[in-house]
Design a protein around this ligand. Structure first.
Ligand code: FHN
Length: 491
């Protein structure tokens, strides 16, 4: 009886495998325990086509930064072996951010390496990820090519501890993403953990297997790791994946001695002179990076970027579904843009290779808003005002007796020559009160209005007020464009 009922299932498995072989799939992994057998074990890589050539050296720093200043919004992707345990080790939840599980649970290298043997993200689809970024209105993608765990998410000739050589997946997702980004006209860059590498005896951070970090620094193990793994891997990334828009280094540890940081700068300049360097290498980069999820309370000069999470982790954690709502993401993006920065928002795909559905849906909601109102964000300059950001409370005091800073979230302003974009998140009943400026107003309209119909402006006691007809209002935010005489605001 038992044999008879299992027979059709086995037949189905065999035909699936035969189909996979005929279909030319590079990887097969049997052993799934149920009805998923026909699809789950087989992954199919897209056909690889040549990547575009590396970009020439820019003529000036302004030229080098031009795309970054225009882009404003990027997708960060934290993807590595850590997405498999997804915040749980040996049946127990591990506190903290998901990609730190090896450190937090002090997992020995020999045990952690075992994760590679079962890492098989068969649903990974580079095209789908890039399409999502594009539909979300993001203009660049930065992916973890190697995080602190030390595992390369690309086919590295420097270390066999990489997704192509050490997993049944046997594909190079970074190569596939590079191709999809080139196709969609999205810039592509790499996160690379240069100092911390918990897999290597000389890498920083793994004190449970390899002892204290300062000993590795003093006895030459750290320099050996840098020269024999980190630098050659960065060189690989810069040579094998077409134009790299930026290198995102992180958690610098003693990078400022022995020319350590400078050697990474030299590699980037040698292989990809147009590639930007973030602010966390440990020596000067092309722009500064704020702390994680840290949005400055006021406008800041220079080029900078806020790396941010959509929940409370970077790498996927199955228990963390506290997604930022679309309205919150939109506010933060416009807030950052109005202060002069870029917003690099992270997703943590699962071990199947999928971006969690609710998170994706929120990103796409923001993307739909940007499709109509993107002019107020892309390439837009910082606010000429500032009072809208917040103020110190006259009543509330912190533990040190200092007044608490209260953030205002009603509206933000971005600019282009001759134009002010007031993005209003909370529309007062009577209409939006313009901040004080001297320029004559030539025209005001709702950015989402294809007719650009004139909005009426009423002036009472020198305060100019604009009302948006109810039918033209969007529930998340409305952008009023105010065209002024002269390029810049005079106050
Ligand atoms: O330790 C990392 C962390 O895992 C994550 O990659 C973030 C992203 O900005 N950077 C470090 C902490 O600041």
């Amino acid at each position: 009886m038992k044999t008879r009922s299992v027979f059709p299932f086995v037949l189905l498995c065999l035909s699936a495998l035969a189909f996979a072989l005929l279909d030319g799939c590079a990887t097969r992994q049997m052993g799934c325990g149920g009805s998923c057998c026909t699809v789950c074990a087989v992954s199919k890589a897209p056909e690889l086509t040549p990547l575009p050539p590396i970009l020439p050296a820019p003529a000036s720093q302004d030229e080098k930064m031009a795309w970054f200043r225009e882009a404003k919004y990027g997708l960060f992707i934290h993807w590595g072996l850590y997405c498999q345990p997804a915040g749980e080790w040996k049946g127990k939840p591990v506190a903290g951010i998901g990609e730190w599980i090896m450190n937090r649970a002090q997992i020995p290298v020999t045990e952690y390496e075992g994760l590679a043997k079962t890492f098989n993200p068969v649903q990974f689809d580079a095209e789908a990820w890039v399409q999502m970024a594009q539909d979300a209105g993001m203009k660049y993608i930065v992916i973890t090519s190697k995080h602190h765990e030390g595992f390369a998410m690309y086919h590295s000739a420097v270390s066999p501890y990489n997704i192509y050589d050490a997993t049944p997946f046997h594909r190079d997702p970074i190569r596939e993403l590079a191709q999809a980004c080139a196709k969609h006209g999205i810039k592509f860059g790499f996160y690379y953990s240069q100092s911390q590498d918990w897999h290597e005896p000389g890498g920083m951070g793994n004190t449970w297997d390899f002892g204290p970090d300062d000993a590795k620094d003093k006895d030459g193990a750290y320099d050996k790791y840098l020269q024999e793994k980190a630098e050659p891997q960065v060189a690989e990334l810069l040579q094998n994946y077409g134009p790299v828009c930026l290198m995102w280094f992180d958690t610098a540890r003693v990078m400022n001695v022995n020319n350590r940081g400078q050697r990474f700068v030299d590699l980037v300049h040698k292989y990809q002179p147009a590639c930007l360097i973030d602010g966390r290498l440990g020596v000067k980069g092309d722009y500064s990076s704020t702390g994680d999820n840290v949005i400055p309370s006021e406008g800041e000069q220079g080029d900078w970027e806020v790396p941010a999470t959509v929940n409370h982790t970077w790498g996927f954690k199955k228990d963390d579904t506290d997604w930022k709502a679309a309205g919150d993401i939109l506010f933060k993006l416009v807030d950052v843009a109005s202060k002069g920065g870029n917003y690099l928002l992270n997703v943590g795909p699962t071990s199947a290779g999928v971006v969690p559905a609710e998170c994706k849906s929120n990103l796409l909601t923001v993307g739909r808003w940007l499709k109509v109102n993107g002019e107020a964000v892309y390439g837009a300059g910082r606010s000429p005002f500032g009072d809208e950001f917040g103020d110190f409370s006259t009543k509330l005091k912190d533990a040190n007796g200092k007044p608490v800073y209260l953030e205002f979230t009603d509206w933000r302003c971005t600019t282009k020559p001759g134009k002010l974009y007031f993005t209003v998140f909370r529309m007062p009943r009577g209409g939006f009160q313009l901040p004080d400026f001297k320029n004559e107003i030539k025209k005001a309209y709702v950015l989402s209005d294809p007719e650009q119909a004139d909005l009426s402006i009423t002036t009472t006691n020198d305060i100019r007020q604009i009302a948006i007809p109810r039918e033209k209002q969007n529930s998340m935010a409305n952008t009023i464009v105010v065209e002024i005489a002269g390029d810049q605001v005079e106050r």
